[in-house]
Design a protein around this ligand. Structure first.
Ligand code: GAL
Ligand code: MG
Length: 990
């Protein structure tokens, strides 16, 4: 385009971060603004050099055009840039969206200042009004404001054109692991102020009640000289818990330097208000007490020229030694990384959706959010303040592919400081923001130090962190990070560092426990280590969302806004799927690595959420003492709250089928303390008995209605009796013929369509694939090991069958003994001997398939949700049941799923039949509609055809899940070892 804005080609100049853009500030104008969201004229040009033609279509703002128009579909890359140009270059094919609309400027805005705010534009925004240049902005996840006072005429119509260039020098520092989507993804507003206006307000509110409000005042330069009119002053009012309109007035001491005889500025007004609020209620993530602050700017005659509203919280953040303290408490950071994401609208997320994200997190025990990897919408911070989250606010800087070059490239210096400072200027008044982050995965260079320098001077009240700085030496004291915030560090390394005596600063992982597919193994062990080790305080799970975009399978188009309601419980509806990298025909992409969240694309929680909820539970239960002297103790694991907001009841589960509930009364326990809880009467003699304290909210919480389940701490009250429910050959065999088998020794059973055979393979999880295990298992031929019958012997009521399974690392000898028991059961005793070379396989166990019609599973074991050996601390033991179709977890890329840990017995039932299985002890079991090979072959769910019967796995040993897709694998105790594996079970048809 020929306009001056375009001639200078700002998309190729990293030094140019903006032109004509107003300084960022913390005065919130949203409430009184005119929304320009909705329909805009739109056209997508192949590059910014092209002129828009006469043909316009329509686009809905805010939105990403990749989800609305076919020409420029979404593309997913992790580290690599999607095109080859080196920084600061961008490719010649550069999709450029032109948005245009007419705006009627109200007549009563005459004489006032008129400002346009564009919430977020990726990656360069060029603004024209009636064909005249208004400004340029980069920094895709923060708003850009432009003063239009001189460009529009009140009472007239103006044409606003927003041109968004998708690729630019800035793309190189916005190389985050996510979809590339161009567009204007946050609201567009127009607002007006008096020529005399509040340019910024900075609030400092401390836990002891001390409040300081610093105001910056300016006069519009377009209207006069920009000089401040004489006699202006500020005032304010504070309301909140126990405070009914406390008036604040200007601190005249401070003002001294700004009087007429002693002015420091003709055009910048600075004023301060201060007070000490008596009996203040401090803000923290558990009890997020907020106060309402109104700041007023008065003209000399007392009339109000401008106001600014703030919801503020009184709290302290501090690092003492190696502890990060909130209000003096060493709080645990139970965090998650949150991107902006929605399966229909990409990075456009509504207020309701942001709220729903946070409610979900709160209900599953999270208390912290890292805004990976850019600042969120302003509303997000209103919500984290209100609902109670500790926020690590992260600047929009990730230069992953060219990290080393850019960190010290002076051409990008301005961009680094600009992005960090703008974030801080906007978000500084939010109590929930406790730490600033300089960005992500951008190596470490002088540009970071420059940004950190600005930040530390401007806001000494909060620590700053940057993984790239601290990773060189966790114990350093002179880099750009006040916190050692590694990603995916093995917990052993963290513990060793904390014990080394070298630790100098808090250690809080900025990313850990990669939630890709069926994952998050060893989360409970990680937390046990954190809680046992002074110096460790937690971390942020990677990540909240699976970024699957809802897509029509037939034509590959994103469903866009039209897809509302076309998905449920994590599953895309008929004809649709959750797209990941490569599904839009991209040749350069990183596949399913985009699907690595603790919730599905529709925010349905994955099973790991229940694991996390229990790990983070405010209440824990322990048994102390022996025999009849045993007592139950309740621990309050919170930092600030007592237990009065919780209600509880006892639930019992006995191995013999007994299950009952009794009321419970939580004792009065202060935070961090414990107390004995009245013990319910538990009848003995029923074998194993488990006691669960079902804890719920006693009243409505801002994040959950009364009665919402909070946690389910459990203890075993009576252990299993000797021999229970173990089955063995000592059972009364009687003189009955042995079970029927075919010639090769395969069991023939009326309810089974596929007989029980050895199973050594699971459909590789994402961790198995990316950790290299799956490839090794394939090399060992474990995906295609076949049974070679060796011998079938019949003796008394037993058939003894031996078979061999050849693998790439020797032969697995497998023996099954089928015994007919008098009560009609078949006893199956199995032994598998894995050669020494066959280390670390996925599973050793039995698989069989039933015929159709057995559609409900009832089991005694861990549940009700999915659990695996290294992710089993959030699933209480009990009597559970569910339709078979609901047992399977629909991970985006089909993989091993649906397992239940610690199962002792289970029943599959339908209208005509019941199949009952008892195990020799707690085992890993799965019942699904899919064979491991079906899951292995499919890339998406729509490719799977559920089998009419059930595929049943009973595992003698099942490998842990770990997190090897990005980070540590499972621990050695969860590996399947070579040698002898024995297991037995009974089968009965009713
Ligand atoms: C980290 C990175 C994240 C994401 C994650 C893997 O290295 O900071 O953005 O890529 O790994 O899913
Ligand atoms: Mg990255």
């Amino acid at each position: 385009m020929t306009d001056a804005l375009f001639v200078l080609r700002p998309w190729e100049s990293p030094e140019v971060t903006s032109w004509g853009r107003l300084p960022m500030n913390a005065v919130d104008r949203r409430e009184r603004a005119v929304s320009l969201d909705g329909r805009w004229r739109f056209q997508l040009l192949p590059s910014p050099e092209r002129e828009p033609g006469p043909g316009w279509s329509w686009a809905e703002l805010p939105g990403s055009w990749a989800l609305d128009v076919a020409e420029d579909p979404p593309q997913y890359t992790n580290v690599r840039m999607p095109w080859p140009e080196f920084p600061p270059g961008s490719p010649p094919a550069n999709p450029t969206g032109v948005y245009e609309r007419d705006v009627d400027i109200p007549a009563d805005w005459a004489g006032r200042r008129i400002v346009l705010q564009v919430g977020a534009a990726e990656s360069v925004l060029l603004v024209q009004v009636d064909g005249r240049p208004a400004g340029v902005s980069k920094d895709s996840h923060l708003a850009a404001e432009f003063d239009l006072s001189g460009l529009v005429r009140p009472g007239h119509r103006a044409t606003v054109r927003l041109t968004v260039v998708k690729w630019s020098d800035a793309s190189h520092i916005e190389d985050q692991d996510q979809w590339w989507l161009g567009g204007i993804t946050r609201p567009v507003l127009l607002y007006t102020t008096d020529p005399l206006y509040l340019a910024d307000v900075t609030v400092r509110a401390r836990r002891d009640g001390e409040l300081r409000v610093d105001c910056r005042v300016r006069a519009a330069s377009g209207t006069a000289t920009g000089a401040l009119p004489a006699g202006w002053y500020v005032g304010g009012q504070l309301t909140g818990p126990g405070l009914d309109g406390l008036e604040l007035s200007q601190d005249r001491e401070f003002d001294r330097f700004n009087t007429e005889d002693d002015r420091v500025s003709d055009f910048l007004g600075e004023a301060r208000m201060g007070t000490v609020v008596p009996g203040v209620r401090a803000w923290n993530a558990e009890t997020p007490e907020l106060y309402d602050l109104t700041v007023r700017l008065h003209r000399a005659d007392g009339t109000v020229a401008d106001t600014s509203h703030h919801r503020i919280g009184f709290r302290d953040v501090q690092i003492r030694g190696r502890d990060l303290l909130v209000n003096g408490e060493r709080v645990y950071i139970r965090g998650v990384n949150r991107h902006d994401f929605h399966p229909l609208t990409g990075r456009t997320v509504s207020y309701e959706d942001m709220r729903a994200d946070l409610l979900t997190l709160k209900r599953f025990g999270f208390n912290a959010v890292r805004t990976s990897h850019y600042p969120g919408d302003p509303a997000l911070y209103d919500l984290t303040d209100e609902l109670g989250f500790y926020v690590v606010d992260e600047a929009d800087i990730e230069s992953h592919d060219h990290a080393h070059e850019i960190a010290d490239d002076p051409r990008y210096l301005n961009a680094f400081v600009d992005r960090v400072s703008r974030m801080v200027l906007r978000d500084k008044n939010h109590p929930s923001v406790i730490v600033w982050s300089l960005g992500n995965e951008s190596d470490y260079g002088a540009n970071h130090d420059a940004a950190a320098g600005w930040l530390r001077r401007h806001d000494p009240t909060r620590p700053v962190q940057y993984e790239g700085a601290a990773k060189l030496d966790w114990a350093a004291t002179d880099d750009a990070s006040d916190i050692a915030c590694p990603m995916y560090a093995p917990i052993e390394d963290c513990v060793a560092h904390a014990l080394s005596g070298e630790q100098t600063r808090p250690l809080i992982q900025c990313e850990y426990s990669h939630a890709m597919g069926n994952s998050n193994g060893t989360l409970a062990d990680t937390w046990a280590a954190i809680e046992a080790t002074p110096g460790l305080q937690g971390g942020f799970i990677w990540e909240f969302w699976d970024h699957g975009i809802l897509q029509h399978v037939n034509d590959g188009r994103p469903a866009g806004r039209g897809g509302a309601g076309l998905y449920e419980n994590g599953v895309a509806g008929p004809g649709l799927r959750w797209a990941y990298g490569g599904d839009f025909g991209e040749t350069i992409h990183d596949g399913a690595f985009i699907a690595d969240g603790v919730v599905f694309p529709d925010r349905t929680p994955k099973p790991v959420m229940f694991e996390h909820r229990e790990i983070a539970a405010p209440v824990r239960l322990s048994v102390e003492g022996e025999g009849t002297w045993r007592v139950l103790r309740v621990h309050n694991r919170q930092h600030f709250r007592d237990l009065s907001w919780l209600a509880a009841e006892w639930e019992f589960a006995a191995a013999d089928g007994g299950a009952w509930t009794l009321p419970a009364r939580l004792p009065d326990v202060s935070p961090g303390d414990s107390a004995v809880i009245d013990r319910p009467e538990v009848p003995g003699g029923a074998g194993e008995v488990w006691l669960t304290l079902r804890v719920t909210t006693a009243a409505d919480e801002p994040w959950a209605p009364r009665g919402t389940e909070v946690c389910l701490p459990q203890v075993r009250w009576y252990p299993a009796e000797e021999g229970e429910p173990v089955v063995g050959a000592e059972e009364d065999l009687g003189h009955i013929p042995p079970p029927e088998t075919d010639d090769t020794g395969l069991l023939l059973h009326p309810l089974l369509v596929s007989p029980p055979v050895l199973s050594l393979w699971r459909a590789p999880t994402d961790n198995d694939v990316l950790g290299g295990m799956a490839e090794r298992w394939r090399e060992l031929a474990l995906d295609r090991a076949v049974r070679e019958p060796v011998a079938v012997e019949r003796k008394g009521s037993t058939v003894r069958v031996r078979s061999r399974w050849a693998t790439g690392a020797g032969v697995v000898e497998h023996e099954q003994a089928f015994t007919a028991l008098v009560d009609g059961r078949v006893l199956v005793e199995e032994t598998a001997v894995l050669p020494e070379e066959l280390t670390d396989v996925a599973r050793v166990g039995t698989v069989f398939e039933t015929g159709p019609g057995l559609d409900r599973l009832a089991w005694y074991g861990q549940g009700p949700w999915e659990s695996y050996p290294d992710r089993a601390s959030g699933a209480p033991v009990g009597h559970h049941s569910a339709p078979v179709d609901q047992l399977f977890t629909p991970y985006l890329r089909p993989q091993e799923s649906g397992g239940r840990h610690g199962v002792r017995h289970f029943t599959l039932s339908g209208d005509d039949h019941v199949l009952s299985v008892r195990l020799d002890g707690p085992r890993q079991v799965s019942v699904t509609r899919h064979r491991a090979e079906d899951l292995t072959a499919a890339a998406h769910h729509d490719e799977l055809t559920p089998r009419p019967g059930c595929v049943v796995h009973i595992d003698a040993a099942h490998r842990g899940l770990g997190t090897a897709s990005c980070g540590p694998d499972t621990s050695p105790e969860y590996l399947v070892t070579p040698g002898v594996h024995r297991w037995s079970w009974t089968l009965r048809a009713l």
